[in-house]
Write a protein that binds this ligand. Sequence first.
Ligand code: ZN
Length: 339
Amino acid sequence: MFQTTVAGSLPKPSWLAEPDKLWPAWRLSGPDLAAGKLDATLLALKLQEDAGIDVVSDGEQSRQHFVHGFLEFVDGIDFANKVEMGIRNNRYKAMVPTVTGPLTLRGRVHGTEARFARAHTARKLKITMPGPMTIIDTVADKHYGDRVKMAFAFADLLNAEARALERDGVDVIQFDEPAFNVYTDEVAGWGIEALHRAVAGLQCTTAVHICYGYGIKANIDWKATLGGEWRQYETIFPALAGSRIDQVSVECRNSKVPVHLLALLEGKDIQIGVIDVATDEIETPEQVAETIEPVLEHVPAGRLILGTNCGMAPMRRDIAAAKLEALGRGAALARQRFV
Ligand code: ZN
């Protein structure tokens, strides 16, 4: 009961990449970088295990950014000529690469770190990848001329990598779809179908993470415009409940999402974020339990997994480590109190 996991990313050590940044520059290169990524993966696993996290991730230590870490392995994308694009419905601008030809995978994307992580932990292992809708919201297109068609082309590539990750021994494959919370009307229309393409043929546990973004200023400013109740999930949860995805990862801690909306995810396992990644304040176990308690009125305890609201990539490393410990201690308290 009350298994724990992380949304995905953890901060990278400062010897590997610039600290406290969402798009950090690597501080190593060549074979040193390749070795450094795996050393950092080992540290990420150890931190999670010591904190009592049950379903651990590679901490996304091998990728610069959660979307572009995948795109770097795709042919048909021109990374040399990045263009400025408003993403997440113009919430913020990013320099993005351009799709210039048919999309194909150059080989394995996350195989190296997944197999390495698998060899070094006996816990359940989760690997995350960006979802098709979020990918097409983070690249420019000069080839397909149709963003939905391009999303399904990406979904086929995600599926090939996901099947390979399953063969590597990965237990949970999660697709990150923050774009679902932005283009809510398109989720039932084609977003879920694109996700189904990405998970086709998988036997392992599948998950989708839908959040209100990292704790960066653009997201905090956006949240301030969303009013007293955030009801984006209300539009998309019924479609997700009817999907073939096993788990849905959502944010709860310090969130203005009405907690009763979680009942709309009937039949799904729900990873609830009990750790806020937008503040450096470390949650107490009591606060973790307080976040869980109202959820129990709407979701059976056996369907709850405890996690973080979003990835922790841009956070200070010591704070992220303390928040991992808070998650583990909070879960222990919840087991005492609610089971
Ligand atoms: Zn997130």
